[in-house]
Design a protein around this ligand. Structure first.
Ligand SMILES: [Zn+2]
Ligand SMILES: [Zn+2]
Length: 230
């Protein structure tokens, strides 16, 4: 592995939550043209997108979603409380109703300019299998769900989450069961009290690409690598 440390004035940053990733860089201001030139010889570019990536599409970030005051059964719900596996286990229907509100907002959103720049990647995201060799959705994808029975192979079947109209129609129940093992279906989302994992989110692949291959990192809609999987 090539060491990219340049000179003494280069600042060494160590990510606290992920101490095995060492980033050394000397902050510089680049014009778009200079940035493009600097990237020209790079072979393994990683584009890390955060939740502000979709802000221009009208999709609220997880935190600002609170301001939308999602009301379920007369109670205003706090996203930090609801988006937890423990809450999902205890109040499955409320959690799904909360997610359904978010899906309704999601359906009204359109790709923004940044999405169009990464159009090829977007097309891969919209394919039925959310995992591709080039896109790692390490926080999951609300468009999919899978069964909660970890011991059975069927937990790896990713089923489309019903749309808001399907949710409303009478033949689709809000809380769904796996058609193979009858276990509860859960959203393909990393809840706030869950850890990144390889099984569902290919988090290890994303980390290994970053550690072993990446020679250029572009951050879009996020500011640092805090919390990146290890
Ligand atoms: Zn995220
Ligand atoms: Zn199942």
């Amino acid at each position: 592995m090539e060491n990219k440390t340049r000179n003494n004035s280069t600042r060494k940053l160590v990510n606290i939550s992920n101490p095995t990733i060492h980033i050394s860089y000397k902050p510089q201001t680049y014009t778009p043209k200079q940035a493009a030139l600097a990237m020209m010889d790079k072979k393994h570019i990683m584009i890390l997108t955060g939740e502000d990536f979709t802000a221009d599409s009208g999709l609220p970030s997880l935190r600002s979603y609170n301001r939308h005051k999602v009301c379920v059964n007369g109670e205003y719900l706090d996203v930090e409380k609801v988006m937890k596996m423990q809450y999902f286990t205890d109040y499955t229907e409320i959690c799904w109703r909360f997610l359904q509100e978010y899906i309704t907002i999601h359906e009204k959103c359109h790709p923004n300019k940044a999405h169009h720049k990464f159009e090829n990647y977007d097309r891969k995201i919209s394919e039925l299998n959310p995992f591709t060799s080039q896109v790692y959705e390490i926080h999951g994808n609300i468009k999919y769900m899978h069964c909660t029975n970890e011991d059975k192979d069927c937990c790896m079947n990713f089923i489309r989450t019903p749309s808001s109209t399907e949710f409303e129609s009478e033949d689709k129940r809000l809380v769904q069961k796996c058609k193979y093992c009858d276990s509860l279906m859960r959203p393909h989302l990393l809840f706030l009290d869950e850890k990144y994992n390889q099984k569902y989110y290919k988090a290890k692949n994303a980390y290994e690409f970053m550690r072993d291959k990446m020679d250029c990192l572009i951050l879009v809609g996020c500011t640092d690598l805090k919390g990146f999987p290890k």
